[in-house]
Ligand binder design. Structure first.
Ligand code: DON
Length: 312
């Protein structure tokens, strides 16, 4: 058999970043949050951090972008830490097969969102984190958790993005009010949405995001600090929800092509987890029809193929 060396991680990451930068098909930047429409569609960043903490970075690895729905992985983690499995009384854990901002299932399912990653589900999870706190305290809790798992206290919220969504987020307002009518939202809708819009507006680089995902890749523990963020069982379960629901109605396609748990955001980021191996963050602002990063998905597909990292 011909000798085929394991490809060097940094070389693979750099090559993929170059290949993606050269592609003309970039998808469409989200415009329904006006502030996101201003982002350069030509940007591309990729960071892989392996079990030893080796960082392989390519392209715009250190440019901050709006993490949007990727924040929902971390709010899910926090809410499970606060109320444990009782969370699943408020929100399901089945794929929705519907767009991220769909309203149609909520009526049939009596205000209980299908999963914690569609907007309705994430708003319900944010409401759990908010309970018993002031919005500012809940938001501080979320931001500090992000800084803790990313091991970087400099992470902040992009206030312009949060304000932009506050002005235009009528669909989310409808979802929240509808859930409130079923008693699924405990707090004033404005408070819950305020916290939700702000945690979606957290700005992070690929490097910071890949750091933040490491506990999910390593059985709930940060390999660098040794801190246990969640139990191994919980990390496994969060990864399972990412695999089945992390890309909304594009989740099947993502699992088919990439073969890793992943969570996308309309800012064009994707956090992907290769269990036991690595945490991966990619960013390319142009989206596909499901609202997931077009080149981000292609880059991850290329990466898992070249490295043999699909979980299947
Ligand atoms: O609520 C929204 O619509 C946005 N703040 C987040 C949506 C999102 O990121 C969907 N992901 N691809």
């Amino acid at each position: 058999m011909p000798y085929s060396p394991t490809p060097d991680l940094q070389t693979v990451v750099r090559e993929i970043a170059e290949e993606m930068r050269a592609r003309p098909d970039r998808g469409e930047v989200a415009t329904y949050i006006p502030e996101l429409a201003r982002v350069d569609a030509g940007a591309f960043g990729l960071v892989v951090i392996d079990a030893d903490g080796t960082v392989a970075a390519g392209g715009d690895a250190d440019v901050a972008f709006s993490i949007q729905s990727i924040s929902k992985v971390f709010t899910l983690t926090l809410a499970l830490g606060m109320v444990g499995d009782r969370l699943w009384r408020r929100v399901g854990r089945e794929p929705s097969g519907s767009p991220f901002n769909s309203i149609v299932q909520l009526e049939r399912e009596r205000g209980i969102p299908r999963n914690p990653f569609i907007n309705a589900g994430a708003i319900a999870v944010t409401d759990v984190i908010l309970s018993g706190h002031q919005p500012r305290e809940a938001l501080g809790e979320i931001l500090r958790f992000m800084q803790f798992v990313a091991e970087d206290p400099s992470i902040t919220i992009d206030e312009a993005v949060a304000a932009s969504e506050l002005r235009t987020g009528f669909r989310n307002m409808a979802l929240a009010n509808y859930m409130k009518s079923y008693g699924v939202i405990d707090n004033p809708v404005d408070f819950t949405l305020g916290v939700y819009f702000h945690h979606c507006a957290i700005a992070m680089t690929c490097r910071q995001l890949a750091m933040a995902g490491r506990f999910l890749a390593h059985s709930g523990r940060s390999p660098s600090t040794g801190y246990s963020v969640v139990s191994a069982e919980r990390a496994r379960r969060i990864n399972a929800v990412m695999l089945t629901c992390g890309h909304y109605d594009g989740s099947g396609e993502f699992a088919y092509r990439v073969g890793l748990p992943g969570k996308s955001g309309v800012g064009g980021g994707i956090l992907a987890v290769a269990p036991g191996r690595a945490s991966i963050a990619v960013w390319s602002p142009g989206l596909d029809a499901s609202g997931n990063s077009h080149l981000g998905r292609i880059a991850l597909e290329t990466l898992t193929k070249r490295l043999g990292w699909s979980i299947f």
